[in-house]
Design a protein. Structure first.
Length: 118
């Protein structure tokens, strides 16, 4: 292995449990955050009301990603309600949500299996 980090990826799919699952891998920051923001905007515009963002394979997120998540929550609120939930089992990632107070805004789950079905 040459030490090169794998590319950051985003995969979005509607799951049988009744929500849109958006899974991020790798590092997410100002440079690739627009892909996340577009995905979240399109999901809300298409009528999704429950979005789960899986960060278990994400290695880094910055404040622009937090901004995209907050923006999605606000768009859901304006569209009549809904929720954005976060899945991460990594202590440092959870700490980002705690330090910013966003652990009181988003439901945080340690595992995807912990997210309740509709």
């Amino acid at each position: 292995m040459n030490g090169v980090q794998p590319a950051s990826t985003l995969a979005a799919q509607r799951v049988p449990e009744g929500y849109l699952l958006v899974a991020l891998t790798g590092e997410w920051d100002l440079y690739n955050q627009p892909e996340l923001d577009t995905t979240l905007q399109e999901a809300v515009a298409a009528g999704e009301r429950r979005i789960v963002v899986d960060l278990t394979e994400a290695t880094y997120i910055d404040s622009s990603v937090l901004g995209a998540l907050v923006g999605a929550r606000e768009r859901l609120r304006k569209a009549g309600g809904g929720e954005v939930a976060i899945v991460t089992d990594e202590a440092q990632m959870r700490k980002i949500f705690e330090i910013t107070g966003l652990d009181g805004v988003f439901a945080l789950y340690a595992r995807l299996e912990d997210v309740p079905a509709d």
